[in-house]
Design a protein around this ligand. Structure first.
Ligand code: PMP
Ligand code: GLU
Length: 398
């Protein structure tokens, strides 16, 4: 019998971040003491004032369909946030609220990419970008940046990747999976290249904006040379510890915002009414919770880096943001534990899960083999325990 599944979906890879996390949860459910460093989500509870706003929204009957692009009050709050924090000028009409930054990204890609259009993606890159481009039948053009260049591409690399078919450049800073943050000067170098190609759209994933240890954040929307063709992606998942609420947005040129609204109106409608009211409280309320969580991530960053440096054979840099460490692990390839040979990062991640009971994600999932990703959005105690287990399991390889 032929498959009931479309080629579109047969050709799609499963999200490895979510798959590893599920595997770790299954082991946990069977009683194994697994430490989950796979999925990237803050371990903090959503701040109280945000939860209260959601409860109030239910009592006030915000329980009907919301407008497709989101409540105007939330789009205004986002517009004000972009002006206040990033110096950007996006009218509320240019903002479309979606079911997480993930949907916002996919909406924009599906609304702008034609079959065969090229999308430049610096790698390592978050797992879902290339799959979203595949859904749109676009062509992924990957530009690798290894640990030696702090996982950041150069203007020369960008220029070399551009062809007459390039339609979009997708940048994520602070980055998942590396935590690298492009400085204003580094972004300026990339912007100078993009400025020479007026048909290229920039898709800037700024979801980790507030988990940034450099003390300054530059939005790609703030460069006048490319203004008018930058789409900003952001949301409440990471900054306000709200991953389960599913609220993200795009801030885009009006024609793209309208296209995204048309698409969203046909397949999901407006996002959850209650979660939108909570997100509004997040943007309009006190911001100390954001700073407190960032300070905790910085302390954990220092802890995980110092412990990783004590493990022979791991090459580690110091990430400037997000909550990921992306060590180079290829010195372990070809080594064995008993009959088991570690050929690549996927083998290593599986070995660490089964032997050390620590869940990580192989670099292959982020289009840069030879590395693994550790999410350190967990307690100091878990970090210490996990790194000790990784050290011990790796020491058994010979
Ligand atoms: N972009 C990046 C780089 C991410 O790491 C994530 C995390 N899932 C997302 C987008 C999507 O976030 P959300 O939970 O808002 O869908
Ligand atoms: N962004 C997180 C991660 O990379 C959440 C999982 C996902 O959406 O991919 O682990």
């Amino acid at each position: 019998m032929s498959s009931h599944i479309s080629e579109r979906i047969l050709g799609l890879s499963q999200s490895q971040t979510l798959a590893m996390s599920q595997k770790s949860n299954e082991l946990k459910a069977r009683g194994v003491d697994v430490i989950n460093l796979s999925v990237g989500e803050p371990d903090f509870n959503t701040p109280e004032h945000i939860k209260e706003a959601a409860k109030k929204a239910i009592d006030e009957n915000f329980t009907f369909y919301s407008p497709v692009p989101g409540y105007m009050s939330l789009r205004k709050a986002v517009s004000e946030k972009l002006a206040r924090e990033n110096g950007l000028d996006f009218a509320p009409e240019q903002i479309v609220v979606s079911g997480g930054a993930k949907q916002a990204l996919c909406n924009v890609i599906l609304s702008t990419i034609n079959p065969g259009d090229e999308v430049i993606i610096p790698t390592p890159a978050w797992v879902s970008y290339v799959e979203m481009v595949k859904l749109a039948e676009g062509k992924n053009v990957l530009v690798p940046a290894s640990i030696e260049q702090n996982f950041k591409i150069t203007p020369q690399q960008l220029e070399q990747a551009i062809t007459p078919k390039t339609r979009m450049v997708l940048l994520c800073s602070p980055s998942n999976p590396t935590g690298s943050v492009y400085s204003r000067e580094e972004l300026q170098g990339l912007v100078d290249v993009i400025a020479r190609y007026p048909d290229i759209i920039v898709l800037a994933d700024e979801i980790y904006e507030h988990i940034n240890f450099t003390g300054s954040f530059t939005s790609l929307g703030s460069f006048p040379e490319i203004a008018g063709r930058v789409v900003i992606i952001n949301g409440v998942s990471k900054a306000y510890a709200m991953t389960g609420w599913r609220i993200g947005y795009c801030a885009a040129p009006l024609d793209i915002a309208k296209a995204v609204t048309k698409l969203q109106g046909q397949y999901t409608s407006g996002s959850s009414s209650i979660a939108q009211k909570a997100a509004e409280a997040a943007y309009n309320g006190p911001q100390d919770c954001v700073r407190e969580m960032c300070a905790a991530f910085l302390r954990r960053r220092d802890l995980v880096v110092s412990l990783a440096r004590e493990i022979p054979g791991l090459k580690v840099n110091v990430p400037d943001g997000a909550f990921y460490l992306f060590p180079e692990v290829s010195s372990y390839f070809g080594k064995k534990a008993g009959d088991r040979v570690i050929e690549n990062a996927s083998d290593l991640a599986m070995y660490l899960l089964e032997d050390g009971h620590v869940a990580t994600v192989a670099g292959d999932a982020f289009c840069l083999p030879g590395y693994i990703r550790l999410s350190y959005a967990t307690s100091d105690g878990n970090i210490v325990k996990a790194m000790a287990r990784i050290k011990e399991s790796l020491a058994k390889l010979s």
